[in-house]
Design a protein around this ligand. Structure first.
Ligand code: BGC
Length: 785
């Protein structure tokens, strides 16, 4: 799996080296607090995006600033890797030359590269995290992260604020698309793949960057659904559903972490000893570097209202937690306050040393302390050559593959898809043709069909995406508009030349009628309507909504089209599952594209025409009703459950049949470990007796294709209300039409561990009957003490 490394070979943060301890002992308090300070790039850039050398000198000399963040651009157009590296080299040079500090310590630069190196021009943009989750393919996640690391490091940047490991329990939350979905296990597996891809052997491999698991913790669960609103959540839910993926990330060696904007039960995480000291450091054993989210320490005063001044905010956060770096990011209040607090004896020097040590160790591990050789200059130049080489197409191909494997077929009445590409011999996968009648004409409508920004989403070139309809930054960036394939272009590319394809927008992203008369006028001349609808581009607070339904105008327009009697294929381009209302019944087929990136259109075209057999699976539950914001498939079993589509749902053009589940390992006694309960005999499962199961899966055709085989566990009765079921294993397998694959899973007793009535994390396993579920098959086992 992944690259060539064994699990144990991946680097991870460890103990602090002796030379770092000595350095920290010799540094002044101001120098150490400078290392803890991260500022936004706009403090050292002119309005035109030129480096303001006087400002760099000022912050280096007076504040010993240890880190900067955010995109480098000129008039809304991002710099490419060479320009980045040259600006960053200048920052390093100026800072190092003006400072009279005890040691020459370069800055570390951080960027939010969550779906490719999207803040660096001409980089490879990938589908968003939610698509990567829908692929159920850790290999793709690993490859995308490796590419992102290399393209980031080629620009002289050593740190990305990814992967995003929030569990979006609330589906209205505007950041659902950034992470790996609602399931703790899926998010663990993919988070680990991402971390290994970003970091690899980061202590020696200079094409890698430090990853950052974020946002620790419970940020995906605001009760209102609005970004940064509070949550009320039990320790049990945190332990059983929100800790596992972060724990896996720590065990996989993630070098840094970012805390979350949220208040948990009234306690802001940024000032919480419970979450950032006891849980993260003492229990979960995180040894890496911890950064705050944007201005979050100041927010203790300005928004959370638990501190009555900036200084008190700094005291609370630093005193109560193990935060190492404050993403301040717009002034020097953090620095000034913390220096004063140490001078007044309110924060100990030892506390500052702890953070300074972790910060310097990270810089050393990434090669940044190699000041004499200016290692970062050489390595970025070398990497730029690799990035610019012909491999570019290969990297783009990984992005297209990820889009192909993520797009999820939710509905396909009467097998309307794939479209029958009539004369286009061999165009359909495996030479098979579709069941439907040949089509001669397609009317493409909708605001997301002829646009690259909607499928790419936010964090694309700009924080709020490079869109023409909302964001006022420049979209004249050739990394974006010169590449990519819109849905309309993708359809044209995959349709045989004799199929007539016409586009009329019909309505805009807010549902306003732009040309519905024209659509209704010509609709009779077309065999089928493809409607690309969904959401405008957003993230964070600008993406807050008060109604989870799609805009009424979009729903109404689909209704009007349905009246024509023409079949409608709906393509959803959306960052979170918006309520579809009548669109579900009016659509013969629904393709969930999520935010598949700039090449998503190509993948969609290929899927519509059967060049690619869809294999994406929903990484979250799709609610049916507008009031159901908090639907997760692992809901307590007694809760009302009426989703539109369940987590894991996703159709194929092939039919996959599952055989019986078999247990393949004997017990230590050499028997099958069967025990009797009354008249019934069950195989046993216990701490000392794990089981290995197999299940045959057959592709009954007519297409070759991927099938994601998922294994869930279920405990019908236990002391505390059990979850409906829980995913504990999955394998994505490629099966040629007609072939069978035997899929294997391990089942262990600790999969049933939970946080019981005594509140001991994962401390309870209740013996009794348990189920293992794979597709429509069920195995019953007796779980022993
Ligand atoms: C986001 C983080 C991001 C940071 C820096 C914040 O608003 O919550 O995810 O890393 O900004 O851009």
């Amino acid at each position: 799996m992944y690259g060539e490394l064994e699990e144990s070979e991946y680097d991870r943060p460890g103990e602090i080296d002796d030379d770092i301890k000595i350095m920290v002992r010799l540094m002044t308090i101001r120098e150490k607090i400078g290392q803890m300070t991260q500022l936004n790039q706009d403090l050292i850039l002119t309005k035109d995006g030129e480096l303001n050398t006087t400002a760099v000198e000022y912050y280096a000399k007076n504040y010993h600033v240890g880190s900067y963040l955010n995109q480098l651009s000129s008039n809304g157009v991002n710099y490419n890797h060479t320009a980045y590296a040259s600006i960053l080299n200048n920052i390093q040079q100026i800072s190092l030359s003006v400072s009279n500090d005890t040691f020459k310590i370069p800055i570390i630069y951080g960027l939010d590269h969550i779906h490719g190196a999207h803040y660096i021009a001409n980089s490879t943009l990938f589908p968003q995290g939610i698509n990567m989750a829908a692929t159920f393919n850790p290999q793709l996640v690993y490859e995308a992260a490796s590419i992102t690391a290399m393209e980031t490091r080629a620009a002289g940047v050593h740190w990305t604020f990814a992967p995003v490991l929030d569990i979006p329990m609330n589906k209205q939350w505007p950041r659902v698309f950034e992470n790996f979905g609602e399931d703790p296990y899926l998010s663990s597996v993919l988070g680990k793949a991402a971390i290994h891809g970003y970091q690899g052997k980061y202590k020696t491999d200079r094409s890698k960057v430090a990853a950052c698991m974020k946002h620790f913790i419970a940020y995906g669960d605001p009760w209102s659904g609005q970004d940064r609103d509070s949550t009320v959540i039990s320790d049990r839910t945190i332990y059983d559903y929100l800790v596992p993926n972060f724990q896996t990330a720590i065990d996989s060696g993630v070098a840094t972490a970012m805390e979350a904007y949220i208040d948990i039960n009234g306690e802001p995480v940024v000032a919480s000893s419970k979450y950032l000291q006891q849980l993260l450091r003492d229990e979960m054993k995180f040894k890496g570097m911890l950064v705050t989210d944007w201005a979050e320490i100041q927010h203790l005063y300005t928004t959370h209202k638990v501190a009555s001044s900036h200084k008190e905010a700094v005291r609370l956060a630093i005193h109560s937690t193990s935060i190492d770096m404050s993403m301040v990011p717009s002034d020097t209040t953090f620095f000034d306050s913390l220096v004063a607090l140490v001078e007044e004896g309110l924060i100990s020097e030892q506390r500052i040393d702890e953070s300074a040590e972790r910060l310097l160790q990270l810089k050393k591990d990434l090669g940044l302390l190699d000041v004499d050789n200016e290692g970062w200059k050489v390595e970025s130049t070398l990497l730029q050559q690799v990035v610019d080489s012909e491999q570019k197409n290969g990297r783009q191909q990984t992005s297209i593959d990820a889009a192909r494997q993520s797009i999820t077929l939710l509905k396909n009445n009467d097998n309307i898809l794939p479209f029958n590409n009539n004369n286009n011999n061999g165009n359909n996968n495996n030479g098979n043709s579709s069941n439907s009648q040949p089509i001669k004409s397609i009317l493409v409508i909708g605001p997301s069909a002829n646009d690259l920004s909607h499928p790419s989403g936010a964090w694309t070139i700009q924080w709020q995406g490079a869109t023409v309809d909302r964001w006022h930054g420049s979209v004249e960036d050739d990394q974006f508009y010169s590449q990519g394939v819109t849905i309309l272009e993708g359809i044209r590319q995959s349709a045989s030349p004799d199929i007539q394809v016409r586009y009329i927008e019909g309505f805009d992203i807010d549902g306003n009628n732009t040309s519905m008369d024209e659509v209704l006028d010509v609709i009779k001349d077309y065999d089928v309507v493809v409607a690309a609808i969904g959401e405008h581009v957003y993230t964070e607070v600008p993406g807050n909504i008060h109604d989870t339904r799609l805009p009424a105008g979009q729903i109404k327009s689909i209704e009007m089209i349905a009246e024509s009697g023409k079949p409608i294929v709906t393509i959803l381009v959306e960052g979170r599952p918006r309520i579809l209302e009548s669109i579900v019944d009016h659509s013969s087929a629904i393709l969930q594209a999520y935010l598949p990136g700039p090449w998503g259109g190509q993948a969609i075209g290929e899927i519509l025409f059967g060049l690619v057999n869809p294999s994406g699976r929903l990484p979250y539950t799709y609610p049916k009703h507008a009031g159901d914001l908090m639907l997760n498939y692992w809901h307590p079993v007694n809760d009302v459950w009426d989703p539109l589509y369940e987590f894991g749902h996703g159709l194929s053009y092939s039919k996959f049949a599952y055989g019986n589940i078999s247990i393949v390992n004997k017990t230590d006694n050499g028997d099958n470990g069967i025990i009797s309960q009354g008249d019934v005999k069950y195989p046993i499962l216990s701490a000392t007796q794990p089981r290995t199961i197999t299940i045959p899966v057959t592709n009954q055709g007519p297409f070759d294709g991927y099938e994601t085989v998922m294994m869930y566990i279920q405990q019908p009765y236990r002391r505390l209300t059990p979850p409906a079921k829980l995913l504990k294993g999955f394998h994505k397998v490629f099966l040629e039409s007609g072939s069978t694959h035997i899929v294997k899973f391990d089942v262990t007793a600790d999969m049933f561990a939970y946080t019981g009535i005594d509140n001991i994390p994962h401390g309870t396993i209740d013996p009794g009957l348990v189920h293992v579920l794979v597709h429509d098959r069920k195995l019953e086992l007796q779980l022993l003490d």
